[in-house]
Design a protein around this ligand. Structure first.
Ligand SMILES: Nc1ncnc2c1ncn2[C@@H]1O[C@H](COP(=O)(O)OP(=O)(O)OP(=O)(O)O)[C@@H](O)[C@H]1O
Ligand SMILES: [Mg+2]
Length: 261
């Protein structure tokens, strides 16, 4: 059985560049505290992946790493155990968390949040929405499909050159339409930052805060999500009307069911 320390950025046979090694060491200390290392090793023992290769993205709230399992890559999201993750959460998300754990129980909160992201990725996958397929989770660590290829992870939509804005628009309408009408969810933090661009199509990510389309805040959230994208499409040179885009994705159906007259 491999030691968790060896699974996280395993030492290469060749002597590594010293600076790189120090950088990795700092990362190790910041992200991989004892409990996170145990979670990583648990997932390795379950066959979720063989090793972590390198970070794809490092943020205040967590990091996403490329991992290898046999011949394929996987993406591993590690939520940082610290209070920054929950400081930023909107009230409706805290309300969801409060249902499953005490807000004072930090480990419990992060586990619940990680599980939530895993569950929502599963619901979206089942509804045919293009998202990373979820593979497993343990505590603050989530394993999902890697979006990208051997040359690197897919860029965020924000950073990707778009050859055909009109077909991207149609793809957006289809994906978000399936999310609302099929999965009956709204994303709640949808933007060109939380969307990847891969093989000329978009992939929605970062879904932990998604909420049922009939929730009282859902309408406000979908309007904001759509406004973000209307601006983005306008920058690409399309003539876009936010209300029309909202209607196209089924936004009119979002919100609590109206009381019978
Ligand atoms: N499945 C994936 N495959 C490839 N890259 C991914 C995947 N998931 C996330 N990433 C990369 O990691 C970044 C952060 O992921 P995500 O948005 O889910 O986390 P986050 O905690 O919200 O971070 P941030 O605050 O930077 O948005 C993404 O912008 C993307 O570059
Ligand atoms: Mg994000």
């Amino acid at each position: 059985m491999p030691r968790a320390e060896d699974v996280v950025f395993p030492r290469r046979e060749r002597v590594e560049d010293r600076r790189k090694e120090l950088g990795h060491r700092k990362l190790l200390d910041e992200f991989f505290d004892h409990s996170t290392l145990l979670a990583v090793s648990r997932l390795v023992n379950r066959g979720q992946f063989d090793s972590l290769d390198h970070p794809i993205s490092l943020g205040k709230e967590g990091g996403v790493f490329r991992a290898t399992k046999g011949e394929e890559y996987r993406a591993v999201k590690v939520y940082r155990i610290g209070n920054t993750t929950f400081r930023r959460l909107p009230e409706y998300a805290l309300e969801e968390l409060r249902r499953v754990t005490s807000l004072r129980n930090f480990g419990g909160l992060i586990s619940a949040w990680t599980r939530r992201e895993h569950t929502i990725l599963g619901l979206l996958t089942d509804a045919g929405v293009r998202v990373p397929r979820p593979y497993g989770h343990f505590r603050n660590v989530l394993v999902m499909e890697y979006i990208g290829d051997a040359d690197g992870a897919a860029p965020r939509l924000r950073d990707a050159p778009i050859a055909d804005p009109a077909s991207l628009y149609a793809d957006f309408v289809q994906q978000v339409g399936r999310m609302i009408r099929g999965a009956k969810l709204v994303h709640g933090d949808l933007s060109p930052y939380n969307t990847l661009y891969f093989e000329d199509r978009l992939v929605l990510i970062d879904v932990a805060q998604a909420i049922g389309a009939d929730h009282s805040v859902a309408r406000r959230l979908i309007e904001r999500d759509i406004a973000n994208f209307a601006k983005y499409f306008a920058r690409l040179g399309l003539t876009v009307d936010a209300d029309e885009l909202l209607a196209e994705v089924g936004g009119d159906t979002v919100g609590p069911p109206r009381a019978e007259a």
